[in-house]
Design a protein around this ligand. Structure first.
Ligand code: GAP
Length: 442
């Protein structure tokens, strides 16, 4: 546990944003041109962390199950999909403008809908207008109505329109699911809070198709399972909660939704929604496409439209929650040590290989140790600066283990293994190194 308490929440946010830039997790996009509002690039460390979040999701949702298969559907999509899904009509946010300061707000996010939070103006808002959040573009060289295409605002529809293809190809039967990870785009009115709400982001979604009478039981199962996923990957339960939606909050397709929420520095915010979508999507697409989207159960000789339970998470937003939850500071010998206590499965680098000195004698052995570890886990190699500073850098990256090669290593064929959280050091023969580290990284 920390000896110094975690900084207050506003400071925590600033510290995590600064660390992200300094260490290469997340950069503001197009920075050399002054940035591009609320878009971000994932740097050398961030790309690993984000990939590990997605891999952890895929592992638990696809690899470890025999009732879920994967999909990677197109981002560009024809209006017909969004007409059928209801997004063209319903995927809107209520937008208001302040006549006094000209700022724009989402009406449903205003604490007091009669007062402008920017200039304090009373009754200065315009009537709310419904603003569609989908990005519209044109496919091909002609900008005609016939060429209109949309960037998907959710990955989910890819699973519904491929329902029959997947059913036939995979030979699954309900209850079974289709999982997808990929980019989605929403023209958010008020993006912000770092990567919490951006216009381009990544989602991790499962559409789980079930016999109608089993829908409630699977809804409850997925609420429990998804909450536990965050706990297992190290988010303390004091910062997690499950919040059922009020009836007036429900999306146009949902008959029941619960959000997994994280305690962000500004308060509770959604990480993932688990929704009971009923037969809405398959019925809509069947009606609009004229294709039959149902399941014939040979055992009972009946045909039915499966109901859908959808756990829908944000990969980029979840990555941010893991960063915030992992950030810690503690006092070590009169200095503040910053450490990301990330779960080993999420840590960008699992091991850092550090030759004690840059002197020639140590380098060949250090390179051999690196080559020994690289086939198993993602490693960093750092030969610059004093060893203490290199340990601090790895602490800030969340690297669970540092392996140091010193001058004794040349004679005893052993290395020092330093553990991130306790800073304990043990001497391990190189021949035992892989066997020593791998179980501790699982
Ligand atoms: N298919 C259902 C669906 O898309 P959603 O609640 O709108 O549901 C699911 O989105 C998740 O996607 C959210 O819980 C959030 O983590 C993430 N998400 C949604 N909009 C986002 C945005 N503008 N920026 C970052 N993540 C976002």
């Amino acid at each position: 546990m920390s000896e110094v308490s975690v900084p207050n929440d506003v400071t925590l946010m600033e510290k995590v944003v600064n660390l992200s830039k300094r260490r290469g997790f997340v950069f503001p996009s197009a920075e050399i041109y002054g940035g591009f509002r609320s878009t971000y690039d994932y740097g050398p460390i961030g790309v690993q962390l984000l990939r590990n979040v997605k891999d952890a999701w895929w592992r638990s949702m696809v690899q470890m199950r025999d009732d879920v298969v994967g999909l990677d559907a197109a981002i560009l999509s024809p209006p017909a999909i969004w007409e059928a899904s209801g997004h063209l009509k319903n995927f809107t946010d209520p937008l208001v403008d302040c006549r006094q300061c000209r700022e724009r707000y989402r009406e449903d996010q205003l604490e007091d809908p009669t007062t402008c939070p920017g200039c304090g103006g009373k009754g200065t808002f315009t009537e709310a207008r419904n603003f569609n959040l989908m990005f519209k573009t044109h496919a091909g060289p002609v900008e005609s109505d016939a060429a209109v295409a949309y960037l998907r605002p959710e990955t989910a529809q890819g699973m519904f329109v491929n329902f029959s293809n997947v059913l036939q190809a995979s030979r699954k039967k309900p209850p079974f699911g289709i999982a997808q990870i990929g980019k989605s785009f929403r023209n958010e009115i008020t993006p912000g809070n770092f990567v919490f709400r951006t216009r381009e982001f990544e989602q991790m979604e499962l559409e789980f198709f079930v016999p109608p009478e089993e829908a409630q039981q699977w809804y409850e199962y997925w609420c429990r399972t998804r909450y536990q996923w965050y706990v297992d990957l190290g988010i303390p339960e004091s910062k997690l909660r499950m919040r059922p939606h009020d009836p007036d909050e429900l999306s146009h397709y949902s008959s029941g939704t619960s959000d997994v929420e994280f305690l962000f520095p500004w308060g509770w915010g959604e990480l993932e929604g688990v929704a009971n979508r009923g037969d809405y999507d398959l019925t809509q697409h069947a009606t609009h496409s004229g294709e039959r989207l149902d399941y014939f159960d040979q055992a009972t000789n009946t045909r039915y439209v499966p109901h859908v339970i959808e756990p829908a998470a944000g990969a980029t937003r979840t990555m941010m929650a893991f960063l915030l939850a992992a950030y810690d500071e503690e006092e070590v010998r009169g200095e503040t040590r910053t450490v990301l206590r990330l779960h080993p499965r999420l840590a960008p680098y699992k091991v850092a290989v550090l030759p004690l000195s840059k002197k020639d004698d140590l380098m060949p052995m250090a390179r051999e140790v690196l080559a020994l570890l690289q086939p198993h886990v993602m490693c960093d190699f750092d030969e610059t600066q004093a060893i203490g500073r290199r340990y601090r850098r790895q602490d800030e990256l969340g690297t669970p283990f540092c392996v140091t090669i010193d001058f004794d290593s040349l004679t005893d064929q052993s290395v020092t293994v330093r553990e991130r959280d306790t800073m304990d050091q043990v001497r391990v023969p190189v021949a035992d190194l892989v066997a020593h580290l791998l179980p501790r990284l699982a």
